[in-house]
Design a protein. Structure first.
Length: 260
């Protein structure tokens, strides 16, 4: 499998790995549309391959964030208690459909495009959104915060399994609302850690359904592992104001291409 490593895929994996380590996003929101639009990979195969790519890449990122003590494991367990069952049920549902057909391809591309546009909005208007509703959530009772975290996990499980997008910028924005007192780097680290069981289960499900390209996965991982290590170490040093507008503009263009 590793004899077929493609340097172009490896470079793509490295760049996306850097972004994942720095921002907690980039796996589904950049890699999946990159595979579809630039490399011509079938949408179902792109989603399935990207899910396992994200699981492996974010495992490395979790180790780095864990060593740096920037993971809130209580938050991770709450998210996973919702996302893991939701992922399993979503996989069971889509197993009854022909996910390699043209109709499924169009549905996945449309869902992916909408998710990318929502992700771009969450990047552009995150501060305004947090300012508008953040103060109200500081008075929410702890047990309601736990419930909302589990519900967030459920939503992530469904969306990530279908499109591979949702556990990055959107997830980080919601977590910032639910846990406004935690530093941004801890939110990102926890989001990355939660994505590991979510994307692993979803990716294994897609593998069972036959929508994983293993040589492609090997090429992506060859670049992404060093990329996310570097990105995770410098995550606290790169200004968010620099990355956010660039990512938002990119996602808007790509999302529009997929939807329209």
């Amino acid at each position: 499998m590793f004899n077929t490593v493609d340097p172009l895929y490896t470079l793509s994996g490295f760049i996306v790995g850097l972004l994942i380590g720095q921002t907690g996003m980039g796996g589904g929101s950049l890699m999946t549309p990159l595979l579809i639009l630039l490399f011509g990979v079938h949408p179902t195969t792109a989603v399935g391959t990207d899910l396992l790519y994200a699981a492996a890449t974010k495992t490395v990122g979790t180790l780095v964030h864990g060593v740096n003590r920037t993971v809130n494991w209580s938050m991770v367990s709450r998210l996973a208690s919702g996302s893991v069952p939701a992922t399993a049920l979503t996989l069971l549902l889509i197993s009854h459909f022909d996910i390699s057909g043209g109709a499924a391809s169009r549905i996945i591309s449309s869902v992916l495009g909408v998710m990318l546009l929502l992700t771009a909005l969450s990047l552009v208007f995150r501060r305004q959104f947090l300012a508008a509703v953040g103060d109200r959530l500081t008075t929410v009772a702890p047990h309601r915060t736990i419930l909302l975290t589990v519900l967030t996990g459920i939503a992530m499980g469904v969306l990530v399994t279908i499109s591979s997008v949702g556990a990055g910028a959107i997830g980080v924005t919601i977590l910032l609302l639910l846990y406004p007192r935690l530093p941004m780097v801890v939110i990102v680290g926890s989001d990355i850690a939660h994505a590991v069981p979510l994307t692993l289960l979803a990716g294994l499900g897609h593998w069972y359904l036959g929508s994983v390209d293993w040589p492609l996965l090997a090429s992506l991982l060859t670049g992404s592992v060093p990329g996310i290590i570097i990105g995770s170490y410098v995550s606290a040093r790169v200004p968010d104001a620099v990355l956010r507008p660039i990512l938002a503009a990119t996602l808007t263009v790509v999302g529009g291409r997929l939807v329209f």
